[in-house]
Write a protein that binds this ligand. Structure first.
Ligand code: NAI
Ligand code: MG
Length: 357
């Protein structure tokens, strides 16, 4: 069956790193039997410029009919003064909610060659390999009512609503238990059940679900403690599942433990196997157009796509092994290099991974 893959290069370094993903996908097609058809569309600032809308109808149609989507990154200072409906970030929020991409998978792993980049001591982060599963389309970022208003006494106030339905908790719970079953078999559910009713429900639903996954060991942790434990001893975790707001904060914290924003992939999945895959980093306007971008987070996002949406786990392993191989062989882009003068540029790194396949 031909996989239809939609590529959304986006803004600034986006097209540079997605070009390397295309190189990788074409090599997988030519030499390893991947049956894929690639399509392109606009999302973000480039879509505002070309079509007047950060998530145009043409992009939406292609996204809805694709088997998987790869995004570079969106955004940049030239769009910062636009009204909210013409901001690149609005395109990203809209594609996630339109496609129902509720399960955000963010692995944080430390390649042994890059241990020195971490802000933590090497003995604390050695072997780090954790996965944060964040609920992405509910919780306080979407809850109603929300707004700004003036109180009777004339003082302004802002308000948001943290609401989760049992159905929303259950579907992210299933995604997390399944991920834990595929990995080390340990799942830590993070909430604030000592203070929040929405967390009380969250904890209850996760506990009920645990009975259906006897191979997974479930534990619970309050979010403040989880933040502390991530920095104190991150290796105690295997998979963490949490809501939208807590997951936003904890996943950025976990990402930084690895010290290398150019290395971290992510997946955002619906309940039918379709996903949007993207590097965790942004569009890096400060280095765009100079061949300085590290493409590895994007290539590792392709590996996640192969595993989660295209049912090509063996090819996913092969891509991850190729990335490990080029690091072991000493290839470094400028963000990782100890001697930036001898760093590999974006294309050299992308080609090295293809050669290592
Ligand atoms: P950023 O992640 O783009 O950059 C932060 C720092 O990391 C910069 O110094 C950049 O040069 C460096 N960096 C990022 N990716 C790199 C790579 N692949 N290789 C080497 N160095 C890399 O975050 P920043 O500067 O806060 O945001 C820039 C723009 O990106 C903003 O418009 C922001 O809204 C957008 N953004 C988009 C995201 C997305 O598309 N999912 C996520 C985060 C930010
Ligand atoms: Mg964030």
């Amino acid at each position: 069956m031909t996989h239809r893959i939609l590529l959304l290069p986006g803004d600034h370094i986006g097209p540079e790193i997605v070009a390397e993903a295309e190189r990788l996908l074409r090599a997988l097609s030519a030499d390893f039997g991947l049956d894929a058809e690639l399509e392109y569309a606009h999302l973000g600032g480039c879509a505002v410029d070309a079509e007047g809308d950060p998530f145009p109808a043409t992009t939406r149609r292609l996204a809805e009919s694709a088997d998987a989507i790869l995004l570079g990154a969106v955004g940049g200072p030239q769009w910062d003064d636009r009204p909210r409906d013409q901001r690149p970030e609005t395109g990203l929020l809209k594609i996630r909610s339109t496609l129902g991409l509720f399960a955000n998978l963010r692995p944080a792993m430390l390649f042994p060659e890059l241990a020195a980049a971490s802000s933590l001591r090497p003995d604390v982060v050695a072997g780090l390999d954790i996965l944060i599963v964040r609920e992405l389309v509910g919780g306080i970022y979407f809850g109603q009512p929300r707004g700004l208003r003036t109180r009777d006494d004339g003082v302004r106030e802002g308000f948001n609503t943290l609401v989760y339905g049992a159905d929303e908790i259950e579907r992210i719970g299933h995604a997390a238990f399944q991920a834990a079953a595929r990995r080390g078999g340990r799942l830590c559910s993070v909430d604030k059940a000592n203070v929040l009713e929405s967390s009380e429900l969250w904890r209850g639903v996760m506990t009920d679900l645990a009975a259906r996954y006897p191979q997974v060991e479930l534990s619970h942790m309050y979010v403040d403690n989880a933040a502390m434990q991530l920095v104190r001893d991150p290796n105690q975790f295997d998979v963490i599942v949490t809501g939208n707001l807590f997951g936003d904060v904890l996943s950025d914290c976990a990402a930084m433990l690895t010290g290398s924003i150019g290395m971290l992939p992510s997946a955002s999945l619906d309940d039918g196997g379709r996903g949007l895959y993207e590097p965790v980093h942004g569009s890096a306007p400060d280095i765009a157009g100079r061949g300085l971008a590290n493409p590895l987070a994007t290539l590792l996002s392709v590996a996640m796509m192969l595993r989660h949406s295209l049912d090509e786990a063996a090819l996913a392993d092969r891509v991850e092994q190729a990335v490990a191989r080029v690091l072991a062989d000493g290839y470094r882009t400028a963000d990782l290099a100890t001697d930036p003068a001898r760093a590999a540029d974006t294309r050299t790194m992308g080609q090295a991974v293809v050669n290592a396949l």
